[in-house]
Design a protein around this ligand. Structure first.
Ligand code: PLP
Length: 392
């Protein structure tokens, strides 16, 4: 194993930013239950409300419209749970509506929630995407109808970084009278997101993707939009999310949100320039490679590359031996040898999909890291291609 370590898997998770870690270490002293009426409880509560305001500023949301929960998976599930309840109740203004529209490239927590909803009797449409990962707006328009209850489209994709035109998607859904959700887990902190400007009813975010702690996230729920809690229990979060407040997690999230907002421009410039450098370097040094995802409408930090003739898992393991940490698709899919559903949806075909690597850069990525990858990767690819029976 190499002594050197280069972490380029920021879309899987981020380290805590130093400022977040320092703030959380100080906040370990805050132990009161935020639901208690005594002064320790009130202190915890007031700090939670400050964190809520910081997150509201990042998302362009009134702080009172944010619900804290354990992260993207739980909160996306809560929204789908709500839709199933609405479909079964058939009360105004959702009478006659029981269809869900989502996309083929969503995160598994959305795709599996959609599949579960289908098993519960709802009709689910999975929109196709084009070769750059953008949803087919013509198919979308044709799929929307007065039966559509709900549209869920991720703002940006975790594997290829493609950014959807959420404003247009939301406007069309609203014309059809449907509720709209966006999984913003990968977009928040990387591109500007303003929920009110986008016209969304729901948006999910997760702290561990923005240099905050794991196991905490938030859901924006527009005033008046229905939400049914997933967990039965106490009255925390206005009865929308039961369970004792994860005070330390929420405070870490608040600090991370504050930094994400103040550093967004610098983050975009830094990761964008480094990604361009890495991309050009790879194109120069390694023949026959394909860059996946949209060339312009793409997260500044995300670079997904196919190396036909070499197998993704073998590339990943060889890079890991050299101290470079990347991913072959979503972290949750690793461990399975199925090709990425996202790459298959953009029509990459099994050979390109099997030989793809996601580089996701972040706040602590450097030019030296990129140079190290550019030095180490070309011989790895040549070696694997020479050994391979896959054929380029
Ligand atoms: N949605 C997207 C797009 C993601 O990338 C992830 C995590 O990889 C999730 C949801 C799940 O979020 P969490 O890890 O907070 O459960």
């Amino acid at each position: 194993m190499a002594d050197k370590k280069v972490y380029m898997d920021y879309n899987a998770t981020t380290p805590l930013r130093e400022e977040v870690r320092d703030a959380m270490v100080r906040d370990l002293e805050i132990y009161g239950n935020a639901s208690s009426m005594h002064s320790s409880g009130r202190l915890a509560r007031s700090r939670i409300e400050e964190a809520r305001s910081s997150l509201g500023a990042l998302l362009g949301a009134p702080p009172g419209d944010l619900v804290f929960g354990s992260g993207g998976t739980e909160l996306n599930n809560t929204v789908f749970h709500t839709m199933r309840r609405l479909a079964s109740e058939q009360r105004p203004p959702f009478q006659g509506r029981s269809e869900i529209i989502t996309t083929a490239i969503e995160h598994p927590c959305v795709l599996n929630s959609a599949e579960y909803s289908r098993n519960q009797g709802l009709k689910v449409h999975l929109l196709p995407v084009d070769s750059a990962g953008k949803i087919d707006m013509e198919v979308y328009r044709r799929t929307l109808s007065d039966k559509t209850l709900f549209v869920s489209v991720m703002a940006a994709n975790n594997e290829i970084g493609t950014i959807q035109n959420m404003k247009e998607i939301t406007a069309l859904a609203k014309e059809a009278g449907a509720l709209v959700h966006s999984d913003g887990v990968q977009a928040v902190g990387k591109i500007p997101i303003n929920v009110e400007d986008l016209g969304l009813d729901y948006l999910t975010m997760s702290a561990h993707k923005i240099y905050g702690p794991k196991g905490i996230g938030a859901l924006y729920v527009k005033k008046g939009a229905p939400l049914y809690p997933l967990l039965e229990g106490g009255h925390q979060e206005k009865g929308l999310r039961a369970g004792t407040y994860n005070t330390l997690g929420i405070l870490g999230l608040g600090k991370a949100a504050e930094l994400a907002l103040s550093c967004l421009g610098e983050y975009q410039e830094r990761t964008g320039a480094l990604k361009a450098y890495l991309r050009e370097g790879l194109l120069e040094r390694i023949p026959n490679i394909t860059i996946n995802g949209h060339q312009e409408d793409c997260l500044p930090n995300t670079l997904n590359v196919s190396f036909p003739g070499a197998e993704g898992e073998s590339i990943l393991l060889s890079m890991d031996m050299a101290g470079i940490e990347v991913s072959t698709g979503s972290a949750c899919a690793s461990g399975s040898l199925d090709p990425s559903h996202v790459l298959m949806a953009i029509g990459a075909g099994p050979s390109l999909a099997h030989g793809s690597i996601r580089f996701s850069l972040g706040w602590y990525s450097t030019r030296e890291d990129a140079d190290y990858v550019l030095e180490q990767l070309p011989p790895i690819i040549s070696r694997l291609r020479a050994m391979s029976t896959l054929g380029e």
